[in-house]
Ligand binder design. Sequence first.
Ligand SMILES: [Zn+2]
Ligand SMILES: [Zn+2]
Length: 395
Amino acid sequence: MYEIFADLHVHIGRAENGKPIKITAAKTLNFANIAKECAERKGIQVVGIIDCASPYVIEDIEKFLQNGDAYELKDGGIIYKDKVCILLGSEVETSEEGRNGKKGSAHNICFFPYLKNIKEFSKEMSKHIKNITLSTQRSDLSGYDLIDIVEKYDGILIPAHIFTPFKSYYGNCTDRIENIFKEKFDKIFAVELGLSSDTFLADAIKELENKTFVTNSDAHSLPKIAREYNKMLVEDISFKEIVKALKNEDGRKIIANYGLDPKLGKYHRTYCDNCNNTIETKEPVSICPLCGSSNVTFGVFDRIELIKDKADTISPENRPPYIYQVPLGFIPGVGGKTIEKLLNNFETEMNILHKLSKDDIEALVGEKIANAIESARTGNCKVHSGGGGNYGKIE
Ligand SMILES: [Zn+2]
Ligand SMILES: [Zn+2]
């Protein structure tokens, strides 16, 4: 067995024919470029691309498989240049009953072993989604029904960024995910934490105790791939091995989650949409203490405070460590040119953030930047919480 890095939530901006897939994502974010970026710059061995049910992306995948650098694995997944295993996924928005009689919606990332599976899934989902060519469109299904369709095509379902305010199970649907999946709740073996939470926060909720936590980037551009990722122990890279790791089977497992300090996430604390301030009160509030407005976007930290059901946050024994990672782009004083220079010399961001000595970095970019990277690596920096869609900031 050996250790690998996996980021299971990467979007596609445009298909190669120029058609938009995720409108808010970068134009350069297409299937082939993601494979290349992971192999050459990020040092990621497994990447989950979650816009593969779009018929335009399916065309791109078919082309990608024809050019000789990539092929489908017997155990599922596409292997590129023998370096990166691509998992074919689809992010689906479900329709749920929300809090206080409002409409709720939640995101789910679903993965399938083979192209033929996701093609069939795409066909069936086009009956439930208005525009199947676009990313993460709202379906008329509940998670309760979606999981059956996913399993029909040999797929797995992971509730995505489970605490974010507008599009997640805890965010705007329910206090307990079991209420959604009912007797099928055991079929959910992993949940995605999202940028504004971490293991410590999530382990305040009992029903998550035997679920695996995954930390993914939700990247909307190439540089943001692997902003969060999982270190896994596997025998090989394939769909089958990753599923085993997520299920904690046969010694395969996640051995560490790497993610942002949740304070850096876009929805960590409640945000007042009236006076545009992040509300950092000790207890969660639903009325802005600064202007009195109730027009607030609830934060992930605040939501967990309200719904948690464990007196003390104690993680189960087999919970892997959550390691705070500050991506290069978040470090003050480290601009695009410096990042380019670092990557040209040290190849991957993974090397720079986790492997190289400070001396090596200093020799290339000078003491000031090396110090900034070092304090970000060791967590010795002050962070202002994000909220309302704005990232937190490092001082
Ligand atoms: Zn999403
Ligand atoms: Zn306010």
